[in-house]
Design a protein around this ligand. Structure first.
Ligand code: NAP
Length: 456
């Protein structure tokens, strides 16, 4: 990092720590007040409407009020937790950036990278290229892709360059399938992306939004989904989603509306996927780079001629922005190391972590990624059953058809839920019923705490 960037980073991090620490005295009382008020409110409602308390609708009503307060209390508690954990996380990022990192355990021998014709994708290809490694590189510009292929072959890798557009779902499914059948994929990097600035056309708002989103959002899905299915089936693999610091918080960015929105999606998708695939043997890393020297931000030559912003930029501002731009090889070395240790979310440079976290603080539903990952139940996603064991579709036989067309007399059974059955039991005393109802109200609250996802 350059001296200018360091000078900027230090006060920024200190300011973020200060903001986070000041949240503790604000959020802790809020948590206590909300939690106790939820109990008081439930009690008061019970006293005011004692005659209605036996109705199921009321049970739901109380449940929803309790739920509202519990959510708010969770918001406050999350604020406290973030305020305490945030600084630790930052310090740990600082320590890790200073050297002591978990080991890079991934030694991929079969890798697929989209958007490999230039910038980050091309550099990732070069850094993974070595003898014994099979690379499948995709992009649309054939000449550029072939140049990268030649560089990687010179480094000893076996390379297949496939001209493909990530917005074409069928094409991507067949590219992934062919690559995986050739050599089972260890690593798939959904890197291809574009921003308003490098999509030709008129207004970014109405001419470019579709292109940016279909490339960055659906392009990622089209790459990741077919690979994920195969990786989960064999219980091994690593998926990488290239987001951006443009996804900071629940970021909106008036100067690149669709790009920022697509990268918010990318980060959310990557983080969610990581939890969803927990226990399957498939890891997910979401990378959020800051400025990296590539075609997207103008490239070296363009930078020399003043890439950012090309006009009306005071010299000092331009020098500052340029000083924050990471050389591609340096940025990609960080990425490769982070992918290797199955990092959840990677921010480059590390101090952008502050910008990713700070705006999330007041929001009850957004937890630090490792807490979300920790809470996610393992084994939600199961590998598909082997083809032979699948139930084949069978047309009904003629006798079955006859049966289906002829009127049937079926025994009608009353639809009574197990909880209603319990209450109808003659042995259930009034206090036991009340207890059961209270239990159901608590279950109702818990099952709706979507932030915590406890019910799943
Ligand atoms: N550079 C940065 O500062 C920065 C910061 C944060 C995040 N990122 C992300 O990093 C990723 C790579 O960007 P970069 O900086 O390396 O920029 P880049 O040099 O412009 O590379 C973009 C790559 O995506 C490919 N691509 C674009 N649209 C495609 C499509 N429809 N189908 C297939 N390939 C497509 C391009 O290849 P073809 O044109 O040949 O198809 C190119 O190889 C992007 O997702 C970007 O959002 C970059």
């Amino acid at each position: 990092m350059s001296t200018v960037a360091k000078l900027f980073a230090l006060p920024l991090v200190l300011a973020m720590l200060l903001v986070q620490l000041t949240l503790i005295p604000v959020m802790l009382p809020a948590f206590l007040v909300l939690l106790s008020s939820s109990a008081l409110m439930a009690g008061a409602l019970k006293l005011l409407h004692p005659t209605q308390t036996d109705e199921v609708t009321n049970e739901e009503f109380y449940g929803s009020i309790l739920l509202l307060h519990m959510k708010s209390a969770w918001a406050a508690l999350a604020g406290v937790v973030l305020a305490i954990v945030g600084p630790f996380q930052m310090v740990s990022a600082l320590v890790r950036s200073a050297g002591s990192r978990p080991a890079n355990t991934l030694r991929p021998t079969s890798v697929l990278i989209t958007g490999a014709s230039s910038g980050i994708g091309a550099e990732l290809a070069r850094q993974y290229a070595k003898p014994g490694v099979r690379l499948v590189l995709t992009a649309r510009r054939v000449t550029k892709l072939d140049a990268v292929k030649a560089q990687c072959e010179a480094l000893g890798a076996v390379v297949t360059a496939v001209p493909a557009d990530v917005t074409d779902a069928d094409m991507m499914a067949s590219v992934v399938a062919a690559a995986d059948e050739d050599a089972p994929l260890d690593l798939v990097v959904a890197n291809a992306g574009c921003s308003e600035s490098n999509v030709p056309g008129g207004s970014p708002l109405w001419h470019k939004a579709g292109v940016v989103n279909s490339t960055n959002v659906m392009g990622t899905v089209n790459t990741v989904s077919p690979a994920m299915e195969r990786m989960v089936a064999r219980g091994h693999g690593q998926i990488v989603i290239m987001a951006s610091v443009a996804s900071a918080g629940s970021s909106t960015n008036p100067s690149s509306v669709s790009y920022a929105a697509s990268k918010v999606w990318g980060r959310a998708y990557g983080q969610g996927l990581r939890g969803a695939l927990k226990g399957t043997g498939v890891g997910v890393t979401t990378i959020c780079p800051g400025f990296v020297d590539s075609e997207m931000v103008g490239g070296k030559d363009a930078r020399k001629s003043g890439w950012l912003p090309s006009t009306n930029c005071p010299g000092f501002a331009k020098r500052f922005l340029e000083s924050m731009t990471m050389p591609t090889d340096q940025a990609v070395r960080h990425m490769v190391a982070s992918i290797g240790r199955n990092a959840g979310v990677v921010t480059l440079p590390w101090w952008y972590l502050a910008s990713l976290w700070a705006p999330q603080m007041p929001h009850y539903n957004l937890m630090p990624p490792f807490v979300e990952y920790w809470l996610a139940p393992s084994g939600q996603v199961k590998p598909p059953a082997p083809a032979g064991t699948k139930k084949a579709f069978r047309a009904p036989s003629s006798s079955e058809e006859e049966d289906a067309s002829s009127p049937r007399i079926t025994e009608r059974t009353p639809s009574v839920s197990s909880s209603e059955e319990e209450d109808m039991l003659p042995s259930a005393s009034p206090s036991l019923r009340k207890l059961r109802r209270a239990g159901r109200a608590v279950r109702f609250c818990v099952s709706h705490l979507d932030g915590l996802q406890l019910s799943r």
